[in-house]
Ligand binder design. Sequence first.
Ligand SMILES: O=C(O)CCC(=O)C(=O)O
Ligand SMILES: [Fe+2]
Length: 217
Amino acid sequence: MIPDLFADIASPEPSRIEMAEGAVLLRGKALPLEHELLAALDVIAAAAPFRHMVTPGGFVMSVAMTNCGAAGWVTDRTGYRYDRNDPESGKPWPEMPASFLQLAVEAATEAGYPDFRPDACLINRYEPGARLSLHQDKNERDFANPIVSVSLGLPATFQFGGLKRTDPITKYSLHHGDVAVWGGPSRLFYHGVPTLKDGVHEKVGRMRLNLTFRGAL
Ligand SMILES: O=C(O)CCC(=O)C(=O)O
Ligand SMILES: [Fe+2]
């Protein structure tokens, strides 16, 4: 076989993409930690299983969720909130693994937020057909903290808009190991994930997992 000497020139996509002021996409940033992250996810899901939560409007979410850290994001008929305990068990959420914290702090630092220390990690599990409609992350107490969002498994499209729901949207493909960070002027930008396409990821299977680190409390 003839080696492809021009492979790097033919695929010039940079590993750091500026999505907006204060928002960056770090391609492959999580790859060196993928095994630790996936092993830790299994432990978390055994203690706090993924579940389909209900929105205040009474809709069952297509994305299954769980959490780790001092607080977890939950929704039910009474609204959205951060809760120190898992409502399913009444017990605290599993502790945030060291590998999670390390990745979140490194990615935030690279994105220009060296002081970020997340206290909550929402874990989203998308199976084919699942989606997360356009929304703002605004249940956190202090918007000085960025959001750090890690993609594992099947690829997805990330819609990233502006401060208004009707602002124009840019689409980014998110692949296994990519990390998106948004904060500062883009902290409250609308974002979403349209319907996940079917497929099988060699390490993660027929799903996409997303870790979303927040400063919640
Ligand atoms: O799955 C993603 O990439 C985004 C998740 C998200 O926006 C959220 O959990 O609030
Ligand atoms: Fe979000």
